[in-house]
Design a protein. Structure first.
Length: 310
């Protein structure tokens, strides 16, 4: 069973506007709510692909109940620790004139030490049947970055693969425990390495340096330039598929789902890279965060190329 852990569960409010103009009243063309939070996004996408997962984490209030209901409807198995406050609502603003999207994040849950202990116990029990673990994202009040190094270390001590996706300072903390895969975007890679990433070659050398230091294989998402996977003894450039983008929100989280699916199925990780990029492309077609249609994923899958690099 794939186990996902989301400390800071989320619903995304996706707002589509004609153009983002400061100091004006802007009327949205459309709005919708969708899943948010990297690991729950992965569970959401896996459910669309017919692959079950166990979704752990913290949740609160009516918004948390909505996250739970959405996951259940997709075939995932949520098992949250319920806490004070409400699962947050993030706002994703899609500027249709300039083809940009801006995410405004919030923190509305508060986690007590005994609730951290309860999640840790539930996580340890889940590891008994885990094929892999997906975790990452921001942390709510009451949690320190060491939360990630602890959970990653517990899984790695049992030789369970871990797929980790977070920004600083959580990324550096998690790397100390040696996750199997990380999925930084360009900005996150720059932050964790202190290097400016101008080119594919810059990304490759930064990713290789991270692997040599921590033993974690980076799958680097580069937006319109596609992705670059730096594996222990090989690397692949993955060109993007050309589609009309509706919203990119959550596309990177589809890569987490693809990697997890290949581990669950006992396939080479190359199959996970192909599935992840196909699912990410399918997400681009949908207005909701991390939303996709299985038929689109199946259509894109044969088109994904893995080109050896350098």
């Amino acid at each position: 069973m794939i186990v996902t852990v989301t400390a800071n569960t989320t619903i995304d409010l996706n707002v589509f506007i004609p153009e983002l103009v400061p100091n004006t009243t802007i009327r949205a063309g459309r709005t919708l709510q969708s899943m948010g939070g990297k690991p729950t996004d992965a569970s959401w996408i896996l459910g669309e692909l017919g692959i079950p997962s166990l979704a752990l984490g913290f949740a609160g209030g009516p918004t948390g109940k909505k996250v739970e209901a959405m996951l259940l409807a997709r075939g995932a198995q949520p098992d949250f620790i319920w806490v004070e406050g409400d699962t947050r609502i993030n706002v994703v603003i899609v500027d249709e004139a300039n083809h940009t999207h801006t995410t405004i994040t919030t923190t509305t849950m508060e986690i007590a030490p005994e609730q951290v202990d309860a999640l840790r116990e539930r996580y340890l029990a889940a590891l008994d049947g885990a094929s892999c673990v997906v975790l990452g994202g921001t942390l709510p009040k009451g949690l320190e970055p060491s939360f990630y190094s602890d959970l990653i270390g517990l899984a790695r001590a049992r030789a369970i693969p871990v797929i980790f996706d977070a920004a600083e300072p959580n990324l550096s903390a998690g790397l100390q425990a040696g996750p199997t895969y990380i999925k930084p975007n360009r900005d996150e890679l720059q932050q964790v390495t202190g290097k400016t990433i101008h080119s594919l070659d810059d990304a490759y050398h930064a990713g290789r340096a991270l692997y040599e230091r921590y033993g974690a294989s980076p799958v680097i998402t580069l937006g319109g330039e596609g992705a670059l996977a730096v594996l222990p003894d090989r690397a692949y450039r993955i060109p993007p598929l050309q589609v009309e983008v509706v919203s990119p929100a959550g596309a990177g989280d589809a890569v987490l789902a693809g990697l997890a699916a290949s581990i669950e199925r006992g396939q080479p990780i190359e199959e996970g890279l192909r599935l992840g990029v196909a699912a990410a492309t399918a997400v681009l077609l949908m207005p909701g965060t991390a939303d996709c249609r299985r038929e689109d994923v199946d259509r894109f899958l044969p088109q994904v190329e893995l080109i050896p690099y350098p």
